[in-house]
Design a protein around this ligand. Structure first.
Ligand SMILES: Cc1ncc(COP(=O)(O)O)c(C=O)c1O
Length: 386
């Protein structure tokens, strides 16, 4: 009998791979499900970004292996963007690294930071990769439960001293998936101080930095004085510029952490197709042209959907950031039960909140990556049943 790594038995199947399978089954049965499942932008990549990609594809030198560390021009553009967006000054050579989507870097950093017995502090509910990559790297996860009582922010004073002592990394993700919570710079100051006091890497996943509403502007953890001593931040082009399929993002911050991540990456991947990097430069340079439109689309969907759900008697908050509604399930249901009820009765899919960690029990997540006309249709279906 073939045998595989014991680590594989420790991680659950990837949440969205399971969901894709479930929804495929429905499709096979000829059922038209409106899915608020995966957070994958439905709007197309803007044309000026495609044009940069086409132009760069004509150059045969771009058909060879790319640089392990990303194109110099892309690293320089990232540094410029970080400066103009956050007034954070970075050395493009040592403090920036392009990624094959931020997921890739988030997963690989565990392999550069963790040894068996080391702990990652992971607020939950959360994007599942912080915990699963820790486990695959041989580390242990100490969950920090998030709830409405703490505004979906971890309380550093509640972290057990033993876990803090063994911890190598603290994960943060604001604007937050799945809860939609946002923070101000004061929270990041506390996090950086906690990291410094305990010799811990502080990693903020800022995948939704540009997708915010109602006048809220997301900060960077690197704006905190001294953050470059122990912090790293992950950014993604997926949500900001409708580029999820392109697989591109970047990390920046402390040069030793960037170097350690680079060491793992050079041994596993061989960089990003150059034309994608050229297109990403264009996206960062000119992205402001379309960001307002993208934010307006999500804001409109958020408002329409939230108001309709409230009309059904469901108590949902309007988030100031990210692209999700985090809905407490009605009395008498758990996450899976409610998700199933909605799917079976209305052919509408909400992701069960417990897929994001134990504290997600009692919630479902709705992604706003659904066209307005389908949202209207989903609202009609829900009104008929509930
Ligand atoms: C919080 C969070 N981080 C990271 C990612 C991964 O994004 P990317 O497409 O850059 O790999 C996602 C994707 O949904 C996310 O929600």
């Amino acid at each position: 009998m073939m045998r595989f790594s014991k680590k594989l038995e420790l991680i659950p199947p990837y949440l969205f791979a399971e969901i894709e399978w479930k929804l495929d089954q429905k499709k096979q049965e000829g059922i038209d499900v409106i899915s608020f499942g995966i957070g994958d932008p439905d709007m197309p990549t803007p044309r000026f970004i495609l044009e940069a990609m086409w132009e760069a594809s004509e150059d045969p030198s771009n058909h060879q292996y790319p640089s392990y560390f990303g194109m110099k021009s892309f690293r320089e553009e990232i540094a410029e963007w970080m400066y103009s967006r956050f007034q954070v000054a970075l050395d493009p050579q040592t403090e920036v690294i392009p990624l094959i989507g931020s997921k890739e870097g988030i997963a690989h950093i565990a392999f550069s930071a963790m040894d068996p017995g080391d702990v990652a502090l992971v607020p939950e509910p959360c994007y599942p990769v912080y915990a699963t990559s820790t486990i695959l790297a041989g580390g242990d996860v100490e969950y920090l439960p998030l709830s409405t009582e703490n505004g979906f922010l971890p309380r550093f004073e509640d972290i057990p001293a033993e876990a803090a002592g063994k911890a190598k990394i603290l994960w943060l993700n604001y604007p937050n998936n799945p809860t939609g919570a946002v923070v101000d710079i004061g929270f990041f100051e506390e996090a950086v101080r906690f990291g410094a006091d305990n010799d811990i890497i502080v990693a903020n996943d800022n995948a939704y930095s540009e997708i915010t509403y109602d006048g809220y502007v997301a900060p960077s953890i690197l704006q905190v004085e001294g953050a470059k001593d122990n912090a790293i931040e992950f950014f993604s082009l997926s949500k900001s510029y409708n580029m999820s399929g392109w697989r591109v993002g970047f990390a920046c911050g402390n040069s030793e952490i960037i170097k350690a991540l680079g060491t793992i990456k050079t041994n596993i991947d061989s960089g990003i197709f150059n034309p994608i990097q050229v297109a990403s430069i264009r996206a960062l340079e000119q992205g402001d042209l379309i960001l307002e439109e993208i934010r307006a689309a999500y804001r409109r969907r958020r408002d329409n959907l939230a108001e309709a759900l409230r009309g059904l008697g469901w108590n949902v908050m309007k988030p100031k950031g990210a692209i999700y509604l985090w809905l407490p399930v009605p009395e008498g249901f758990d996450s899976a039960g409610f998700s199933n009820e909605v799917l079976e009765k209305a052919d509408v899919f909400f992701t069960p909140g417990n897929g994001y960690g134990p504290s997600g029990e009692g919630y479902v997540r709705l992604s706003l990556t659904v066209p307005d006309i389908r949202i209207e249709e989903a609202i009609e279906r829900l009104k008929e049943v509930f």
